[in-house]
Write a protein that binds this ligand. Structure first.
Ligand SMILES: Nc1ncnc2c1ncn2[C@@H]1O[C@H](COP(=O)(O)OP(=O)(O)OP(=O)(O)O)[C@@H](O)[C@H]1O
Length: 298
């Protein structure tokens, strides 16, 4: 992440998108075709970050974007939110050109949890969570507060946390508040930029467990950027690898591991990757059978 961002944004689709049903599970929900992303550089010329990049995100999956530093993972997330303009190519979200998503609209939205950026420091936890819904101006305040309280509990915070100020929260609690705020309008799509960055191992594990539960319970489609292999292995149903200005492979992690590319060797098969995979294998291994006492008298 190279840009400073708010902790989350909620992007509303236009009214016709709001009434349209979601595609069935497994159908495309985001389609990126022939995408070029470029930025001007001081003194003239431009830097091309993506070149002819294709990517499809399917409803219900947890797709993790990985790639070396500066390969354009965050820019790709921003393209999928309509926050960056493609130099060439198209991005469609929920069947609409992404440029329409940024317009004010109704119910179907994308929740975004940015890596950096803070909660509104002058607002309580509850007011931070309620902010997008209050801004939408569609519900009376009592209902907005009720919805925010529900989301507070959904992310594992207590009702007594509602009136705390951000300065009183741990890093893990701040992430949870930002997540509750990203989910306040029940978006079908959730984007996460380095969701566990800056958390200690226990808080990180707890946040991953929460994300997994929410993904399953709410039927969310999740697109995530992470450098953290534990998070990647625990959550991803597919992994898309950015290298050489495009997506070189988007597949379940076992297929990605078998793909021959220097970044994949370095990222997954180095010491760090092996350690993360070993931990995952241990966690997923069936519990050993209870020891059977030797029969007496034999
Ligand atoms: N608004 C901008 N203006 C100019 N260059 C930009 C802009 N946004 C991004 N870039 C450039 O695009 C490239 C990709 O940036 P991006 O933040 O997407 O990388 P990343 O893959 O997320 O990296 P990291 O893993 O280090 O966070 C970088 O070279 C960055 O400097």
């Amino acid at each position: 992440m190279t840009m400073s961002e708010p902790a989350e944004v909620t992007v509303a689709v236009p009214p016709e998108g709001a009434s349209a049903p979601l595609p069935p599970p497994g159908d495309p929900i985001i389609e990126v075709r022939g995408l070029w992303s470029a930025f001007p550089v001081p003194g003239g010329g431009q830097v091309v970050v993506h070149k002819d990049l294709d990517l499809t995100v399917y409803r219900g999956e947890v797709l993790t974007l990985v790639g070396g530093s500066g390969t354009g993972k965050t820019v790709l997330l921003r393209q999928m939110l309509g926050l960056n303009t493609p130099y060439k190519g198209s991005v469609e979200v929920l069947g609409h050109p992404v440029s329409e998503l940024a317009r004010d609209g109704a119910a179907a939205r994308v929740g975004m949890l940015f890596q950096q950026g803070a909660l509104f420091s002058a607002f309580s936890v509850l007011d931070n969570i309620a902010f997008p819904l209050r801004e939408a101006g569609t519900l009376p305040d009592a209902l907005v507060r009720e919805a925010a309280l529900l989301k507070l509990q959904m992310v594992g915070l207590k009702a007594t946390d509602a009136y705390k100020m951000p300065s009183e929260l741990s890093g893990g609690m701040i992430k949870r508040v930002a997540l509750a705020r990203a989910l306040i309008m029940d978006p079908p799509l959730l984007m996460l930029d380095e969701p566990t960055a800056g958390l200690d191992p226990d808080s990180s594990d707890a946040f991953v467990t929460l994300l997994r539960a929410l993904h399953q319970e709410l039927g969310l489609t999740v697109v995530m950027v992470t450098h953290d292999l534990d998070t990647l292995f625990e959550l991803s149903t597919r992994v898309a690898v950015l290298a050489d200005q495009h997506v070189i492979i988007a597949a379940p992690v076992t297929s990605v591991l078998a793909f021959d590319h220097p970044f994949i060797h370095h990222f997954f098969l180095g010491e760090r990757g092996q350690r993360a995979m070993e931990l995952l294998r241990q966690r997923r291994a069936p519990a050993p059978p209870a020891a059977v006492p030797a029969p007496k008298g034999d």
